[in-house]
Design a protein around this ligand. Structure first.
Ligand code: GDP
Length: 470
């Protein structure tokens, strides 16, 4: 009867609504890496691949795209209005110029939300809803901020001792002369002098920036090189005060003295800057990708490479869910998939790609042994967010050799063989005969309407998202 039909219709539409609610999904994907690792290029490309999935993006390994189940993706307004917006459009217009430019890098936390409409893979789910939506939030934050985690386990004196050890390393010593001279001149027991402390903090920051430029990645505190919204705030105006650099007799800590003020600011930095980052953001991430620029470190040499290894060890501490870890004591994370990706893989020839993956694996593995990742799946890969080179062959001393063609940053065509990538942490001989070197490429010239060329972005999408688009 008509009534019966109506009831069935009503029940069906209710069921559809409920099913839609159940099947609509939400993923918070966090992207990090030390500055220059390629986060901005990566997010720009990821968004581009999703938006262009049905318009020529090359995604054979992303199953929902291959199966033709992606209906469309759309950028929508982001949920956290206090966060910066990830500037996708600006990035694309830089890449679309006649002389394409790399997108300007982001400096703090930024966010972008994409709605991905898709058809279900299983027929029975299609009965309830024609399409569902995956809400994807991508959050970008500086990897340097993760280097601060170990600070939470240190007091001011042990942190100062750690910094002193760094200041004495030969490759840092000459960068630190100005800062160390100022440290020595300061009367730490005298009444606090704001301007003097600010001057010291500026000298310390300039030393850290120089370290960064020299490829020395172990920077503490992380906000000193990437302050985000804290630029200029007194909470960043403290410095380590190694005991041997305090003047003779600086034993106790008189109230209101220079020393008392820096100790208090160090404490506040931990409470008001580091911890809130973990509580307010980190805790919410579902999935995480860490970009690692192994190739630039190889390019720069042994010290830079070792620091990158050390930085990975530190970064990994934020994902250690073992019983005694700081992370466990601070919050419970729910990251279930963690990807380490060697970025800019278009800087090497295809025959070297496996080595690059193995190299990164060995770096992560040497750090990982004593770390417990409760329930997280970890993958190591190598990718190019935006492929800026073409592979070609050339004859060299009677042999055919793979080479790369691209353009340098001034737009001049170049052809090169960048060298062999070691498949594990290189030995002394490698550094002595340093044969690995490459220049930076300009982004590829392309038709502005076409999707960005890449290497393995589709495999990454498959690992990170395909289970949520079923
Ligand atoms: P971020 O500081 O982590 O956001 O790093 P960016 O995304 O700004 O990347 C830093 C630089 O690395 C860029 O300006 C490019 O020169 C280079 N780069 C990043 N991704 C790629 C890539 O996929 N291929 C190539 N060839 N270069 C890249």
């Amino acid at each position: 009867s008509g009534l019966h039909q109506k009831t069935i219709k009503k029940i069906r539409s209710k069921a559809q609504l409920a099913a839609a609610r159940v099947t609509d999904r939400h993923v918070r994907l966090a992207v990090t890496g030390l500055s220059g690792a390629g986060k901005t290029a990566f997010i720009t490309s990821l968004v581009n691949q999703l938006l262009e999935a049905n318009h020529g993006a090359d995604l054979p390994f992303f199953s929902p795209a291959r199966q033709g189940r992606l209906v469309g993706a759309q950028r929508v307004s982001q949920p956290d209005l206090q966060l910066a917006r990830f500037e996708y459009e600006q990035g694309m217009s830089a890449l679309n110029q006649d002389c394409p430019q790399w997108p300007a890098p982001t400096r703090g936390v930024s966010q972008i939300r994409i709605n991905i409409r898709y058809q279900h893979a299983q027929r029975f789910r299609r009965l309830f809803a024609d399409t569902s939506t995956l809400v994807l939030d991508i959050i970008d934050y500086p990897g340097e901020w993760l280097l601060d985690l170990p600070l939470l386990g240190m007091g001011f004196d042990s942190w100062s001792a750690f910094c002193e050890q760094q200041l004495q390393q030969p490759e840092r010593q000459h960068l630190a002369t100005d800062f160390v001279a100022q440290l020595k001149q300061t009367d730490w027991l005298a009444a606090a002098d704001e301007m003097q402390l600010k001057g010291l903090a500026d000298a310390y920051r300039s030393y850290l920036h120089q370290c960064k430029r020299a490829g020395l990645e172990l920077i503490q505190p992380g906000r000193f090189v990437l302050p985000g919204e804290l630029e200029g705030a007194p909470i960043l105006q403290f410095v380590p005060v190694p005991e041997t650099l305090r003047k003779q007799g600086d034993k106790g800590v008189p109230e209101g003295s220079n020393l008392a003020v820096v100790i208090e600011r160090f404490r506040q930095y931990k409470e008001k800057v580091i911890k809130p980052f973990y509580h307010n953001y980190f805790k919410q991430f579902d999935r995480q990708i860490i970009l690692v620029d192994c190739l630039s470190a190889l390019n720069r040499g042994e010290q830079s490479f070792q620091e990158l290894q050390e930085a990975i060890n530190w970064l990994l501490k934020s994902f250690d869910y073992g019983n005694n870890s700081l992370v466990r004591r601070l919050f419970s994370s729910r990251i279930d998939k963690l990807v380490f990706a060697a970025s800019k893989a278009d800087h090497i020839t295809p025959d070297q790609q496996d080595n690059l993956i193995r190299l990164l694996e060995s770096m992560v593995h040497s750090a990982r042994q004593d770390i417990t990742y409760r329930g997280s799946k970890i993958q190591t890969t190598a990718l190019a967010a935006i492929r800026a080179s073409q592979v070609g062959k050339t004859e060299y001393q009677g042999n055919m050799l793979s080479v790369l063609r691209g353009r340098d940053l001034d737009g001049k065509p170049i052809m090169l063989y960048p060298g062999d990538v070691p498949s594990c942490c290189p030995r002394k001989e490698f550094w002595q005969s340093q044969q690995f070197s490459f220049p930076a490429f300009a982004p590829p010239k392309r038709d502005a309407m076409s999707a960005l060329p890449h290497i393995r972005m589709d495999q990454l999408l498959e690992f990170l998202l395909s289970d949520k688009v079923q």
